[in-house]
Design a protein around this ligand. Structure first.
Ligand code: PBG
Length: 303
């Protein structure tokens, strides 16, 4: 009766890895219970996920057509567009969000255009805009830029409006840290790289700068703001909650998932209770929505 917060399936977004040109689903060793789904099984998988009660998904492609610029992401018949079309076809009412980045589609695994060992911010924004329009054309309900380029939201908003998609919202990965908690994801998505992403993702010692990044995205036209990873950055989430009226999203990332899974497997913690506690913590800290690999388990088991 006096609970200040609650979590329901309406709040959860389930990330899915989709791989082209494979026939069997592959379990990700570092993320027990999470699989790379073969593209050919995506339709059935989505139908099942939706039937189980998941209301929204985020799609990640595992590409076999990587290139220097990641142009497969904006090809009308590239993996990104095909996944979105298949998902919307399988479950028209499911909210389908596309992660807009390049690391899963470039040969060097950086999140944008690499020139003389440096990321070309503005060229990457241009390519992200092409990608956003391709995603919207394929039927994405929302686009989510995660490359952390300066100006990426403004550039995508302008391109979407010009292409007739003024109604497509942007969920900005706005306070995204250069985090070691992404380790398992990079294995899952095949985006391991030499070096790091510290020239475009946030340094973990900087809270005020993370707020600036999010507030700039709001000015550029973001419709939702995100803090990522989740649990180690609850302070950023709370401080952002006090400074914006936009909906906020927390991403419980791959490393957070793995820590809970492996600790539970070792008998150290009660998985179900710990998962519920972490989701409650995101809500208490100010999140409206939560991206979590546990969403499907929760749909099956209830709260
Ligand atoms: C970039 C992207 C990443 C994640 C989501 N989108 C990887 C990165 O920035 O290195 C990580 C998610 C996770 O760890 O669960 N496309």
């Amino acid at each position: 009766m006096v609970a200040e917060n609650s979590v329901t399936m309406n709040d959860l977004i389930y990330p899915i890895f989709v791989e082209e040109e494979i026939t069997e689903r592959v379990e990700i060793e570092t993320m027990p219970g999470v699989y790379r789904v073969p593209e050919g099984s995506l339709h059935d998988e989505i139908t099942e996920i939706h039937r189980e009660g998941v209301k929204a998904i985020m799609l990640f492609g595992v590409s076999h057509h990587k290139s220097e610029y990641g142009h497969d992401t904006w090809a009308e018949n590239g993996l990104l567009s095909r996944m979105i079309r298949t998902a919307k076809n399988a479950a028209p009412e499911l909210i389908v969000i596309s992660d807009n980045c390049f690391c899963e589609y470039t040969t060097h695994s950086h999140c944008g255009v690499l020139r003389d060992g440096q990321i070309d911010n503005d060229l990457t924004c241009r390519n992200l805009s092409l990608q956003a329009v391709a995603a919207a054309r394929a039927g994405a309900d929302m686009v989510a830029p995660s490359a952390m380029m300066d100006g990426q939201v403004a550039s995508m908003r302008a391109a979407l409006d010009e292409a007739g998609f003024s109604g497509t919202p942007i969920m900005a990965y706005s306070s995204k840290f250069a985090s070691s908690f992404y380790g398992p994801f990079r294995g899952a998505a095949g985006s391991e790289l030499n070096g790091d992403r510290k020239s475009y993702q946030m340094g973990h010692l900087n809270g005020r700068e993370a707020l600036r990044e999010s507030l700039l995205d709001e000015i550029e036209g973001a419709d939702l703001l995100m803090v990522k990873p989740g649990l180690p950055y609850l302070d950023v989430l709370t401080r952002l909650r006090q400074r914006t009226l936009l909906p906020l999203v927390a991403y419980q990332v791959s490393g957070e998932y793995s820590m809970i899974k492996f600790a539970a497997k070792a008998g150290a913690i009660d998985e179900k209770m710990v998962v519920r506690e972490t989701l409650g913590a995101f809500k208490r800290a100010g999140a409206d929505l939560i991206l979590t690999y546990f969403a499907r388990d929760i749909a099956r088991e209830g709260f």
